[in-house]
Write a protein that binds this ligand. Structure first.
Ligand code: DQA
Length: 150
């Protein structure tokens, strides 16, 4: 079985998880989510994860654009850029054939303020998972691996 390398990207303010509005986002930190995802990758077998977080839109765009040939897929929580960034959406669209992406959110953005209902990035992804706090990432990993292995 070929090893699948998956890039896990987190956008602005997600470095603050654990203390940031825990009633909305839960109490898990990015590190604890990474640990749970690594355990899930171990159970799935043949899956290697690389984690990156940035508060800068340009970092995310650069990382997505450079993912071709290095990663089989992307799991991304674009955070606030979900609702604002044509740049991140365009980057995902540019690589979608070779590097499909799954969009993740901790909160159910559809049940929040109207400005969070629209995702500019979701149309450039194969699917979107939201509302299950840190477990959304596990669901996304399972779904992406299933998609990649067919
Ligand atoms: C979020 C939802 C976004 O609306 C918000 O800006 C975030 C986090 C989530 O995971 O629930 O920063 O992406």
């Amino acid at each position: 079985m070929k090893t699948l390398k998956i890039l896990v990207l987190n956008g602005p303010n997600l470095n603050l998880l654990g203390t940031r509005e825990p009633e909305v986002y839960g109490t898990e930190t990015l590190d604890s989510i990474a640990k749970d995802m690594n355990a899930c990758a171990g159970r799935l077998g043949g899956v290697e994860l690389e984690f990156r977080q940035s508060n800068a839109e340009s970092d995310l765009i650069t990382w997505i654009g450079a993912a071709r040939g290095k990663f089989a897929g992307i799991i991304i929580n674009p955070a606030a850029f979900t609702h604002t960034s044509l740049g991140v959406a365009d980057a995902l669209k540019a690589v979608e054939k070779e590097v499909p992406a799954v969009e993740v959110h901790l909160s159910n953005t559809n049940a929040r303020e109207e400005i969070r209902h629209k995702s500019l990035t979701a149309p450039a992804c194969i699917g979107q998972i939201m509302g299950f706090k840190g477990y959304s990432y596990i669901l996304a990993l399972d779904a992406l691996v299933k998609h990649l292995r067919g």
